[in-house]
Design a protein around this ligand. Sequence first.
Ligand SMILES: [Zn+2]
Length: 335
Amino acid sequence: MKMSLTVGRALALLAASWLCASAAVGQGAGAAASASGAAVAPRSEVIDAARLLRDVEALAADEMQGRKTGTEGGAKARDYVVDAFRRCGLKPFGASYLQPFSFERGGKTYAGSNVVGYVEGKSKGAARRLVVSAHYDHVGVVRGEIYNGADDNASGVAALLAMAEYFGRHKPAHPIVFAAFDAEELGLQGSRWFVKSPPVDLKTVVAEVNMDMVSRSDRNELYAAGAHPYPFLKPYLDRVAAAAPVHLLEGHDDPKLGRGDWTLQSDHGAFHKAGIPFVYFGVEDHKDYHKPTDDFSNINREFFVRATETILSAVKLLDENLDAISASAAAAVKK
Ligand SMILES: [Zn+2]
């Protein structure tokens, strides 16, 4: 299929940045040091890699106490994300970025809050838009140990912020809603609440892009799930995979795989249940999954930056082709 000029150019630019990453050409003079002064950020032409790492480091710090919903640590993480949304220039729906909700679980009532904002698009009106999301909560302190959840899912939130920052500087074709969901670890509560009481008409949401665990893979492998239930998304994922610096593998979205089917295992599941096509980006579970050792020091910085660039190129491609995707989705429903 012939690529449109804009997308081809965008991908060529991205490919160029990946090529010269090792040559350390790019944003800012000299290697950027993290707040701890130790870490050096890989270079990127398209995202602020040092900022990306600083956001993970901050969200996965002990002071966030593992970011459990309804705890002091969870509130600290929420406030951090609100400040970051403001920093990225995202607009709130109404007066606040917060979308509070409450739910019962295990005989306990929890108060949670999604953090939601948007960027406008070049298109007149908002007949079509994307939602891009990542959950910011984790499991908190368990048996006295802090579960910092650096990969799960401070990494997804940092990638979300990098994209918000990017689209704040590069206006997308269509509006994009950015959602940092709460209470994913307690049963996808935040995304289910968002779908139940959306800040926008859900009929205008053509697709949802969710990120959950995107910073660790010893095999340089990032998965994109969604093309099995939504085959019209496959050509776009194939194009991203062909130019990506990580191995972008499509899969983990076939019910025949049982637990290997990730369709309902993170926030995209709430959108899928509402009939909204999704693309979920994530890595295979690793030895520190849901362990107190899922720490900032264990993330793979090079992989993380390249995975974030890859997801950004996917969001750009979906945005550029949203009208065609919307038509394919409508045709698929009719079948
Ligand atoms: Zn997660």
